[in-house]
Design a protein around this ligand. Structure first.
Ligand code: AMP
Length: 305
């Protein structure tokens, strides 16, 4: 099966302690689908402007990604600018220009309406809801969001959305912001009461925690000596999870654990270069090697008691 993703397709300008780059192909749906394609190529629902480069469309197609739902409208493509501090866990958003997204009304084709695995990547909650309402009988719906939407006028749409999804993937600060409580465990338990049966809390270089009613699972981040550009790591993580689940066609706790390990290691590739650069170089062998290493990292014996 192939996941359906609604999210941003963007041109990003990024500054990190290692340099800066402008008009990089980015956006939540871009990182998601490039990661997912390593297991199961996604179908993108998004909008771009007249300035969108045809080579970027071809790049998606070369990975088997379905771009029939990528609309092109007059106007400019979504643009986002971010600057990372020396401590790259800290990022300032320099600008967010919605451009063509401000007018976008997604309309799903029959094939897209039949999607079973749906990811509502970070974009306006109103758009996330509009897409979800058009999917006939989804089997597993996950979503992401960020402070821009949690604090914004669409907060109520976000709360409505939460009641309709199976899984929320969110970072630790956003989980605290969303719930108003400190501490990820308390925040996750509150979110579980608001709708989703699974909450995945991303903690950057400290990995991620997967909460469900009867289970907690921890996946570390793959230890790296150098991080060049963390942009898109969260969407890559989600793309790995959803691509793996949809590829196997199963959402059992065991498969979900494997999927989160896959998501975490794909994110580790993503941050090793600017933009999507490193993600494009990943292959099955590199994934398998990091997966084996992750298993060794968390392996430990029971106490002899
Ligand atoms: P991440 O580093 O995982 O938070 O994702 C960064 C990506 O999200 C960038 O490529 C941006 O283009 C995109 N992005 C940033 N802000 C927004 C927003 N408000 N809505 C949708 N996408 C965004």
């Amino acid at each position: 099966m192939r996941p359906l993703v609604i999210g941003s397709v963007a041109y990003d300008s990024v500054e990190t302690p290692f340099g800066h780059a402008t008009d990089l192909l980015g956006g939540s749906a871009t990182y998601f689908s490039l990661a997912s394609a390593l297991f199961s190529p996604a179908r993108i629902v998004a909008v771009v402007g007249h300035d969108f480069r045809s080579t970027d469309t071809q790049l998606f197609q070369s990975r088997g990604i379905d771009v029939s739902g990528l609309e092109q409208l007059p106007g400019k493509t979504f643009r986002w600018g971010g600057k990372y501090h020396t401590n790259m866990n800290i990022r300032d958003t320099l600008f967010t220009e919605l451009n063509v997204f401000a007018e976008f009304v997604p309309k799903l084709s029959d094939e897209h309406r039949n999607a079973k695995f749906v990811f509502l990547a970070n974009i306006a909650p109103k758009l996330q809801l509009e897409v979800l309402q058009q999917v006939t009988a989804p089997r597993f719906v996950a979503c992401d969001t960020m402070n821009f939407w949690i604090n914004g006028p669409q907060r109520q749409d976000l709360i409505t959305l939460l009641a309709k999804v199976d899984c929320l993937i969110i970072n630790d600060e956003e989980a605290e912001l969303l719930t108003g409580v400190p501490g990820v465990v308390r925040a996750a338990n509150l979110i579980l009461k608001a709708g989703p049966s699974i909450v995945i809390i991303k903690r950057g270089e400290h990995g991620a925690l997967v909460f469900s009613e009867n289970d907690v699972f921890y996946v570390p981040a793959y230890p790296l000596e150098s991080v060049i550009d963390p942009t898109g790591a969260g969407d890559t993580f989600a793309g790995g999870i959803m691509g793996y689940l949809a590829g196997i066609g199963d959402v059992s706790p065991r498969t979900l654990r494997q999927a989160t390990v896959v998501g975490s290691l794909l994110a580790s590739f993503c941050v090793e270069d600017f933009g999507i650069g490193a993600l494009l170089r990943v292959d099955a062998e590199a994934i398998a090697a990091r997966y084996r290493r992750m298993a060794e990292i968390v392996q430990f014996e029971p106490l002899p008691l």
